[in-house]
Write a protein that binds this ligand. Structure first.
Ligand code: F0G
Length: 463
């Protein structure tokens, strides 16, 4: 049992003003659809999905205020009013000096990697994220995982599995020299570990260490408010602090951040790069013109920047985040009570089922998580995604598959979209598949794209 078990004394801090009707299909239709999609849930049509837990990215329900903001779009090419609103929000809520909008998170990662990384540089991080690592590699960098060992064990209940192992970092610094390490990328929370947070204490130690060695800290702040919630709930000294206060403290310990605003910031599209260093900012604001658009719109419409500015403020409300993470925990506890093997502790943006333990008769080369995601879809139309060997891809030097310890299926909960009754239906479906798990056969990969293969790879069922 988790020590700081969070009670269900919350309700959604909103009421519903508009609904989108859902379509239910039959399992025969879904079986056909998943075969046509090459057993890849990314290749399903959304109209064939009942409850969509593919991602929490760009799938949030915007508030009436955000929608009203959309009507205030100033679609000027340069110097849009909405850009200045976004800049104000980033300064007020996160405290960074400079902000450059981008079309989404990976746009910011591209610019950042090009500005800070030289060929052969080492980029440590608390576990990899797919697009982040790829942009580091494309810029000539080499990613090195420095997360604590506990993060690679789905059953370990360490409360801050996103923490950096300073010993691992120190070994890299000693081996390569600090001049080879321009920055460390710190994700809050760590998506691939199961939405696991980093503690403020660890971040403070990291700040002291990196200061000594002249290494920057760049946040991947995609889910920073969720990370702040876990700090508030679990870390000594933070129970009386607001989410907004904690978020600002996290950012204050870093030199900049990339943001996919499609998550925490409650918008359907958008992101930004935030920096404190003027020279880095000037280079980035020049580069963004090449890849995204002028530095006052970065590939976004004015209305999107307005919705983002409002979403940033809404995202750090205590009531919002308590209900958001509370819903994830509600589903997780249901699954745990049914003995489904899930990543512990329950993370911020979804439940991660351990496919190795769910389907122990499959080897990792038979793609257990990819298989399980397909089976879950066929059972009740719940779309999830693989986070295991397919997502991990290949080592760019050797061309060999990475074999990650974590072989997970992610049930990602969109923000403000589904109700508790949906969570009950999802839990029942997972339980149903679990009962029949021994009959499930694995997959073989029949098409493998070069980049980020999990998005477009195709599979066939093993006989
Ligand atoms: N960093 C993290 C931690 C992410 O989860 C994502 C996206 C990105 C960066 C890239 O942002 O999609 O706006 O370009 N994660 C999505 C997901 C795709 O489903 O987890 P983006």
């Amino acid at each position: 049992m988790e020590k700081n078990k969070i009670k269900h004394s919350w309700a959604e801090p909103f009421k519903i003003k508009m609904v989108e009707l859902l379509k239910m299909t039959t399992s025969a239709k879904r079986r056909k659809a998943i075969i046509e999609a090459g057993y890849n849930t990314f290749l399903l049509k959304s109209e064939d999905v009942y409850i969509d837990l593919l991602t929490d990215s760009g799938t949030s329900a915007m508030s009436d205020r955000q929608w009203a903001g959309m009507m205030l779009g100033d679609e000027a090419y340069a110097g849009s009013t909405n850009f200045y609103h976004l800049e104000e929000a980033v300064k007020a809520v996160y405290g960074y000096k400079y902000v450059i909008p981008t079309h989404q998170g990976r746009g910011a990662e591209n610019i950042l990697s090009k500005v800070l990384i030289k060929k052969g540089d080492i980029i440590p991080g608390n576990m990899y994220f797919t697009t982040t690592r790829l942009h580091q590699e494309l810029a000539g960098g080499i990613f090195q995982d420095v997360i604590i060992d506990e993060a690679h064990d789905s059953a370990n209940t360490h409360p801050f599995k996103g923490n950096i192992d300073l010993g691992k970092l120190d070994m890299l610094v000693k081996k390569h020299g600090p001049e080879k390490i321009p920055y460390i990328c710190v994700a809050v929370t760590v998506n691939m570990a199961g939405g696991q947070p980093i503690s403020m204490g660890n971040l403070k130690e990291l700040r002291a260490y990196t200061k000594k060695h002249g290494i920057k800290i760049i946040l991947d702040m995609t889910r920073v408010a969720e990370n702040a919630y876990f700090i508030q709930q679990k870390e000594k000294g933070y129970s009386g602090k607001s989410i907004r206060w904690i978020v600002k403290e996290i950012c204050s310990l870093t030199d900049g951040a990339t943001m996919s605003a499609k998550k925490d910031a409650l918008v359907n599209i958008g992101g930004f790069l935030a920096l404190n260093d003027k020279e880095d900012y000037e280079e980035a604001s020049n580069l963004v013109v090449v890849y995204e658009g002028l530095h006052t719109y970065g590939g976004l419409a004015g209305r999107d920047m307005e919705a983002m500015a409002i979403g940033i403020v809404e995202s750090v409300s205590d009531l919002h985040i308590k209900a958001r993470v509370g819903q994830v925990i509600y589903l997780g506890e249901k699954l745990r009570d049914m003995d489904i093997p899930i990543t512990e502790p329950i993370g911020g943006h979804g439940i991660f089922i351990d496919a190795k333990r769910f389907l122990p008769h499959l080897t990792q080369d038979q793609f257990p998580a990819q298989t399980l995601a397909a089976e879950l879809y066929v059972d009740a139309g719940v779309r999830t995604m693989e986070r295991g060997i397919v997502s991990a891809g290949r080592n760019p030097k050797t061309g060999k598959n990475y074999y990650p310890d974590l072989e997970l299926v992610r049930l990602t909960i969109p923000r403000r979209v589904y109700t508790q009754a949906h969570m009950d239906v999802i839990a029942e479906s997972v339980c149903n598949v679990f009962k029949n798990r021994n009959k499930i056969k694995g997959l073989k990969m029949v098409y493998e794209p070069k980049y980020l293969r999990f998005f477009q790879a195709r599979f066939e069922k093993l006989k």
